[in-house]
Design a protein around this ligand. Structure first.
Ligand SMILES: [Zn+2]
Ligand SMILES: [Zn+2]
Length: 245
């Protein structure tokens, strides 16, 4: 179980004081945002184009949560890039976002799915990058003694964002419910492929938790949606439902 306690309030206050002015909670609004990934579908559709195309495939995540939207040339977008480079303030903010979301909404996972995760994993960067992924460093702090399942990225020739379990390798594991973390969801191909790789090893349930749902404002529907995201970020809203929990 993640370490909870009074430290949680410190993370929440840090998010509010340094990020709430430019981060934006995702919306779970039927027929306005994708019911799977909170992206923007074509008008009148329940799922975005990518989720619609993968629907029904074996290995997909069972439950997904998202913290904030981000898009090109936004401060949220710059934060998601800088936290992996050497932006100390961005790293601290992303660290607080992930730590708070994992710990404060830990029981929400069991409420929605019937069980708490018994292991965690993260979606690794594409093959060839060295060093510990910052997501792994942050997550190992909050997830404490919960076992980590190390997913690795493979080299492949097809579209890196395609849904394909062979893009990743997961080791044999006895875990039945894995919390799968990712920093940015653009098309969802990475997280869903990693989910399928874990399920191929016998994992029964995947709960995905993503820091930023990336939006593409070159689509006019999305551009309008972004322009109407006026509300400051509230970390207490549930990443799995968009409502208080
Ligand atoms: Zn979607
Ligand atoms: Zn919650």
């Amino acid at each position: 179980m993640p370490s909870r306690a009074a430290a949680l309030d410190t993370f929440r206050d840090h998010i509010v004081s340094t990020g709430s002015a430019f981060l934006r909670n995702v919306r779970w609004t039927p027929n306005v945002t994708c019911r799977t990934c909170t992206g923007i579908p074509n008008p009148g559709y329940a799922d975005c184009y990518k989720c619609h195309g993968r629907a029904g495939s074996a290995g997909l995540a069972d439950t997904l949560g998202f913290m904030t939207y981000a898009w090109p040339d936004s401060q949220a977008g710059r934060t998601m890039r800088a936290y992996k480079a050497n932006g100390a303030a961005s790293y601290e903010l992303v660290s607080s976002l992930l730590t708070y979301a994992v710990a404060a909404h830990w029981d929400c996972i069991a409420t929605r799915t019937g069980s708490h995760p018994d292991a965690w994993a993260y979606v690794p960067s594409l093959a060839g990058r060295n060093g510990q992924h910052p997501l792994a460093r942050i997550a190992s702090g909050v997830l404490g003694r919960i076992p980590h399942v190390q997913v690795t990225a493979n080299n492949y020739d097809d579209d890196a964002r395609a849904f394909n379990a062979s893009h990743f390798t997961a080791p044999p594991t006895t875990a039945s419910h894995v919390l799968l973390l990712d920093d940015t969801w653009t098309t969802g191909g990475h997280l869903q492929s990693a989910s399928a790789a874990l399920k191929a090893q016998g994992v029964l349930r995947i709960t995905g938790l993503v820091i930023a749902r990336w939006l593409d404002p070159s689509w006019s529907t999305t551009k309008t949606f972004i322009s109407e995201l006026a509300q400051d970020f509230d970390p207490t809203l549930c990443p799995y439902t968009g409502t208080p929990c």
